[in-house]
Design a protein around this ligand. Structure first.
Ligand SMILES: [Zn+2]
Length: 194
């Protein structure tokens, strides 16, 4: 009789524990990262049991962006080890909703900018690879990226379709290059002073 009672107690406890795990878990965690070399985006989905920090299942999915496509097509970036910067993630669950931000968030707008991608292609085509390389670095540097992409899109109003010939590009350059460079310089002196 005593043994039966003992087993019944354990049976109820095991049932309760399983119920709790099923009720509050497994937790899903989703986030994305951006490569600071080419601008590709990686989406990551993870599952973990409640209270455990180590995920038992992870799935990654890479997404080409306008900028990563431009860097690859122009040969600015070849085969490389992606340098993933954490962008943004959230952890949904009954325990609450938490959110995390990383420096990858700061280069997301540039990586997804059609104007920045068209600009990079035109600089390679009508000017030089060195100059385009300098712009790639600015666009994918978390500190400078917001100013660089803002300058191309808003100050320079660079067309998302780019330019088909050197004359049109040179005309754009004459009209906007100084204002574009000045705005980045102003950002650097105002916000990046150490
Ligand atoms: Zn990369």
């Amino acid at each position: 009789m005593a043994a039966a009672k003992f087993f019944r107690r354990w049976y109820v406890l095991a049932l309760l524990a399983t119920g709790i795990v099923l009720l509050i878990g497994p937790c899903r965690f989703g986030y994305y990262s951006v490569c600071s070399v080419c601008g590709k985006i990686r989406h990551t989905s993870q599952r973990k049991l409640p209270l455990l920090e180590v995920p038992y299942w992870t799935e990654n999915c890479e997404e080409e962006t306008p900028l990563s496509e431009a860097c690859r097509a122009t040969g600015l970036v070849g085969d490389h080890q992606h340098e993933w910067l954490f962008g943004h993630g959230n952890n949904g669950g009954l325990s609450g909703f938490s959110c995390a931000l990383g420096s990858g968030e700061l280069i997301t707008a540039a990586s997804q900018s059609k104007e920045a991608a068209a600009f990079i292609k035109c600089v390679v085509r009508f000017e030089s690879k060195d100059k385009a390389e300098n712009w790639r670095k600015r666009l994918l540097d978390p500190l400078l990226s917001p100013a660089a992409v803002g300058a191309i899109e808003n100050i320079g109003k660079f067309p998302a379709a780019g330019f088909d010939n050197a004359a049109e590009y040179v005309e754009w350059k004459k009209a906007h290059e100084k204002a574009v460079e000045d705005s980045i310089e102003e950002y650097r002196t105002h916000y990046l002073r150490d």
